[in-house]
Design a protein around this ligand. Sequence first.
Ligand SMILES: C[S@@+](CC[C@H](N)C(=O)[O-])C[C@H]1O[C@@H](n2cnc3c(N)ncnc32)[C@H](O)[C@@H]1O
Length: 309
Amino acid sequence: MTPSHTPVLTQPVLDLFSPQEGTHLLDATVGLGGHAEMYLAAAADTQVLGLDIDDSALAQAKKRLQQYGSRVRLTAASYAYLDEVAGNETFDHILFDLGVGSHQLSDSERGISFRSTGPLAMKFSTVGQVQPKLPPSSLPSVKWLEQRLGYAPDAPELIAGIPEEELADILRQYGEERYARRIASALKRMSPNLPAAAVADEIIAAVPGRYEGGRIHPATRTFQALRIVVNRELESLEMGLPKAVSHLKTHGRLVVISFHSLEDRIVKRFLKETKSLTTLTKKPMVATQEEKARNPRSRSAKLRAAQKM
Ligand SMILES: C[S@@+](CC[C@H](N)C(=O)[O-])C[C@H]1O[C@@H](n2cnc3c(N)ncnc32)[C@H](O)[C@@H]1O
């Protein structure tokens, strides 16, 4: 089955960028190329440089955008290191559409979703293929583990390699998980090679029956926390945002779409504290009721935008 992903908040993104003939977009998270395609179709001779750390997503984007020929360049890289890809180039518009794409959640081999039959790897980049450079972890225990292993640990290596108390701290801090201690203890007792779906079952068994009143799957917060730490999501964002601004033209616009409060907090603070930016969104923009009904992933999306002075 060809993976798919419905891009969120497309109209606000288009309105904020208002692509004109010949304008350039840096799409820092091009994914399957949904937002990029919209930008390319909006005006003649617009151009896109697209980055992603998931090379299988890039392969899909390449197919989808091939009709635009040399107007599109796609590269496997993390936005944390976008200087290395963008060189001296500047852009009229820069987009970050953060987090995990539906194409990654629905890939049962990938071990990102708790329905996955694959091992709990949690890496955005496809295991065994291109492994783009990740920024150093901000967590001392993860840094220590990485030094010992000689590479960035995936989720099973992280669970096995750090003390239970620190694993519980990660679940609390990055998943806002109330039952962090119980879950950390269950994770430590598990076999490291369990498929993600079986890990999710262990988590269900470790928490009370009426977990959060049944509103979310009991593994949601744990999987989110592990994914954020394994992919260095927050460290990447902290590194990528100032780099993006340095590649923005004067009067150029930056749009960031985030999907959880930890990301949104970083974006909000960054826009406020960066002297060269004027914030265009006093409050974050969110999806309409119609979009939320059509695309459930848009329910947690928050869009913030700014213009370079
Ligand atoms: C929500 S999807 C983007 C979807 C895209 N806007 C579209 O319309 O198809 C987020 C993408 O960001 C990518 N990603 C996550 N962390 C990244 C990083 N540090 N650098 C570059 N891409 C990253 C993921 O691999 C994923 O494909």
